[in-house]
Every structure is written in structure tokens, then in C-alpha cells.
Design a protein around this ligand. Structure first.
Ligand SMILES: O=P(O)(O)OC[C@@H](O)[C@@H](O)c1c[nH]c2ccccc12
Length: 262
């Protein structure tokens, strides 16, 4: 069993429990259903954008605890002040130490910036739940979804006015998963089956395989401003970074310093 298999088995149970606890009709009462979303695409296409999608991540299966001493409000506000183009907030609690409460706190603190709900999406229920939390962008991970499920979930994301970030790790996942509901493609440099990689080779290899009209993001294992320059030179517009900032005492300050060297 890979780590991803374990996460998905756990997530399947979690979603079934939630469905019994909170009916969709209750989720739909959230005021976020009446609010317009902030577009990630628009943000990344803005020439003044840093392209940095900064992530709030307390722990991970590969690194264990990354930072247990900061609050989601201070970190996300610091990211926005430093010039992040989008925020990513983990809501998976068992493997990543996140929660829906974290997401809501970040949302209320930063109403005007695109926010990605970072979780393992397998069910329509979670998409509606994401909308109820004020999410703008949904992550669909090709490694754990069939092409048909990507289409079905992507369609619902669009119906609810949000955008879909499709995450792939290799060319096979990319080719089978692309469909008309995908707004942005993210190449995860880390293989979620073993969490082994420490480099951005996956992004470099896939750069010219992603159709040119689609906005490209490089995800994970980015720790140097020079890497951003390299990724930009092969066409990437977005850069999803968690640990590099989260492992410091002041992640917002770390982003600020990182941006100065871009
Ligand atoms: O902390 P890093 O190496 O900068 O990575 C951030 C982000 O890309 C990573 O957390 C991530 C990418 N795809 C995921 C899917 C699920 C959970 C987490 C992730």
C-alpha cells in the first residue's frame, strides 16, 4: 500500500462520516454560495503577480511536524502582505494537521485573494463543502482519480463558480486526465506514492508536454529563488511552496525575503 492509498482509504471513511453529520442542505446555507470567487487564473496572468501560491502546512507524511508554533491567521496575513498570488490551506487533518477551521480562519482574514482548498478530493460532497468554506480553487489529483471522476468533479467545481487545479506527476497522468473543466495544470514534483523527490525534474520534463494555452504551476520541493527563474524560463506561471516558508519562525517574512531575490 502506498502513502496515497492509505490517505485515500482514510479519506473515504472520513467523507462517509461527514455526510451523515452535516447534510448538503446545511452546507448550502453558507453565505459563501452567494459570494463571487477570486480567480487564480486571473491572478497568475497579471504581469505584476509573483506567481507564488504559499501554503499553510503544519505537518506532512514525509517531514513530520514542520511548524507547530504559528497561527493560520498570522501566517496567511503575512503571506498576503509579502505578495503571495494565492493561498493554499491544507484541510486534511490526519496526515497534514489541517482543518476546515484553519481554512475558514484564513478565508476570513484574507477575503480578497484566491484560496485553494488543499485536500484529497474524491466526492462531490467535498466540493460543496469547499464552497461552503469560501474556497476559490479545488485540487483534483490525477493519481487518485479516474478520467471520468475528474470530469464529473470538475463539472461541479465549474457549476459552483470555482476553478480546478489538476495535479499530475507524469506524462501518462497528464494525457489521460486533461479535459475541458481543467483551469490550471500543476505538476507535483513530489510523487505522492512514496514522497521521495527533492528536485523539480518532473516540472522540467513536463513543461513542453502541457498544451500551450493552459496555465502551468510547479508544485513542491522549491526552496530557492533561482529555481523559480528556471521554471519561469520553461513557461511556469505559478509556484506552490509550503515547507520552505513554513519551517521558519515567520513564514510571511521568509516569503518576503524570497521574493526580493526573484
Ligand atoms: O512543502 P512543499 O514541498 O513546498 O510542497 C507544497 C505543496 O506542493 C504540497 O504540500 C502538495 C502538493 N500536492 C499535494 C497534494 C496533497 C497534499 C499536499 C500537496
Amino acid at each position: 500500500m502506498t502513502i496515497l492509498d492509505k490517505i485515500i482509504a482514510n479519506k473515504t471513511k472520513e467523507v462517509e462520516t461527514r455526510k451523515m453529520q452535516v447534510p448538503i442542505s446545511l452546507l448550502e446555507k453558507s453565505s459563501f454560495f452567494a459570494k463571487a470567487t477570486n480567480s487564480l487564473k486571473t491572478s497568475l496572468l497579471n504581469p505584476a503577480s509573483t506567481g507564488i501560491i504559499s501554503e499553510f502546512k503544519r505537518k506532512s507524511p514525509s517531514k513530520g511536524i514542520i511548524n507547530a508554533n504559528v497561527t493560520v491567521e498570522e501566517v496567511t496575513a503575512g503571506y498576503v502582505k509579502a505578495g503571495a498570488s494565492c493561498l493554499s490551506v491544507l484541510t486534511d487533518s490526519d496526515f497534514f494537521g489541517g482543518s476546515d477551521e484553519d481554512f475558514l480562519k484564513a478565508r476570513r482574514t484574507n477575503p480578497g485573494i484566491p484560496m485553494l482548498r488543499k485536500d484529497f478530493m474524491i466526492d462531490e460532497y467535498q466540493i460543496i463543502e469547499a464552497k461552503s468554506l469560501g474556497a476559490d480553487v479545488i485540487l483534483l489529483i490525477a493519481a487518485n482519480l479516474t478520467p471520468q471522476r475528474i470530469q464529473e468533479l470538475g463539472r461541479l467545481v465549474k457549476e459552483l463558480g470555482m476553478e480546478t487545479l489538476l495535479e499530475v506527476h507524469d506524462e501518462e497522468e497528464l494525457n489521460r486526465s486533461l479535459c475541458s473543466y481543467i483551469d490550471v495544470v500543476g505538476v507535483n514534483n513530489r510523487n505522492l506514492k512514496n514522497f521521495a523527490e527533492q528536485n523539480v525534474n518532473a516540472s522540467l520534463e513536463l513543461a513542453d508536454k502541457i498544451p500551450s494555452g493552459i496555465i502551468k504551476i510547479s508544485e513542491s520541493c522549491i526552496s530557492q529563488p533561482e529555481t523559480i527563474k528556471l521554471l519561469k524560463s520553461v513557461g511556469y506561471k505559478g509556484f506552490l511552496i509550503g515547507e520552505t516558508f513554513m519551517k521558519t519562525a515567520d513564514p510571511g517574512q521568509a516569503l518576503k525575503e524570497f521574493i526580493q531575490d526573484l
